[in-house]
Design a binder for this molecule. Structure first.
Ligand SMILES: *[C@@H]1O[C@H](CO)[C@@H](O)[C@H](O)[C@H]1NC(C)=O
Length: 304
């Protein structure tokens, strides 16, 4: 990307981490409905007043990665100092969620990974360090004949910087944290060189099955010397071990990538509402949330 021209000058002024600032998720699309993500360019400057979104909150305004030295820090769970967002988005088990990134640098080859972790009873007051993530998707090396290879995130770039992930049909209904992650391997030949870019959204999964797959807490997903974390991409490669725990047996990993046409804009539903819905007077919370929705938006209808 353009930063390369000025990299040598900037390196003299800033640390390597600050220079290597490369992307974030802007939004998701579920069945044609666009849901805004956590806007790092404005939300961090709005105090508590930023919109209700399903994306988790992070002060990572620099677009930066996490390093292997942070794998045992809670930051690895949903990025730097992340806290649960105020909202959630409803999806049906079996739906495919499109996750939109800012332009991803094509030097940053590596895998695309997706996990879910169940929140009980919902995610409003979840302790993120206790969330147990199970892997539902992982696309690593697609063709390693010619270095640096063709990778999951190269497919993402080809797919207009977006990624389609299927929510497994077999999981039990309820609230989940979707943890979507790119791991850039361009410097991973040396220990400590991998770059992790995790991003989380709170989902309410409807329908589905009864599976409650076992998972792994975020701080135990990876180790700095683990498989697929220390890996040299500048050579001919026959295979690549996906980092992290094994794939959930019910996962529909690696669905054909496609973009999702946006037919309307939705607003995340309030997690607070989910926590109190059971005791709210019948119909009351529905009326309140509908009247708070701009008339031009189809969010109220679309998000039900
Ligand atoms: C993250 O949290 C730590 C501990 O509370 C704090 O010292 C640090 O300033 C925070 N970082 C940002 C970027 O907000």
């Amino acid at each position: 990307m353009r930063h390369v021209q000025s990299a040598s000058l900037l390196t003299a002024l800033f640390s390597a981490t600050q220079v290597a600032a490369h992307g974030h998720v802007t939004n998701i699309v579920v069945n044609g409905v666009y849901y805004q993500g956590f806007d790092i360019n404005s939300f961090p400057y709005m105090g508590e007043k930023f919109p209700t979104v399903a994306a988790w909150t992070t002060p990572n305004t620099g677009n930066g990665p996490l390093a292997p030295s942070q794998y045992s820090s809670p930051d690895i769970i949903c990025h730097q100092n992340a806290t649960v967002g105020k909202g959630y988005v409803e999806v049906n088990a079996g739906d495919r969620v499109s996750i939109q990134w800012t332009a991803w640098p094509d030097s940053h080859h590596g895998p695309v990974l997706d996990y879910l972790a169940r929140c009980e009873p919902n995610c409003a007051s979840v302790d993120k360090t206790s969330l147990e993530f199970f892997k539902i998707d992982g696309v690593g090396l697609l063709d390693g004949a010619k270095a640096p290879g063709n990778w999951g995130d190269d497919e993402l770039i080809k797919n207009k910087n977006s990624w389609l992930v299927e929510i497994p049909k077999s999981i039990a209904p309820g609230f989940y944290v979707l943890r979507h992650e790119l791991i850039a391997l361009h410097s991973a030949g040396n220990e400590g060189g991998a770059q992790n870019y995790p991003s989380c959204f709170t989902l309410k999964v409807k329908g589905g099955g009864s599976d409650k797959p076992a998972g792994v807490v975020g701080t135990k997903l990876y180790t700095p010397t683990g498989d697929g974390i220390v890996f040299n991409i500048y050579q001919s490669m026959s295979s690549y071990p996906l980092p992290g725990p094994p794939m959930y047996s019910g996962a529909a990993t690696g669905v054909p990538q496609a973009t999702s046409a946006v037919t309307s804009t939705g607003t995340a539903l309030a997690l607070d509402g989910a926590a109190t819905a059971a005791s709210a007077p019948s119909g009351f919370s529905t009326v309140a949330s509908a009247s708070a929705t701009p008339a031009a938006s189809s969010s109220a209808a679309a998000s039900r």
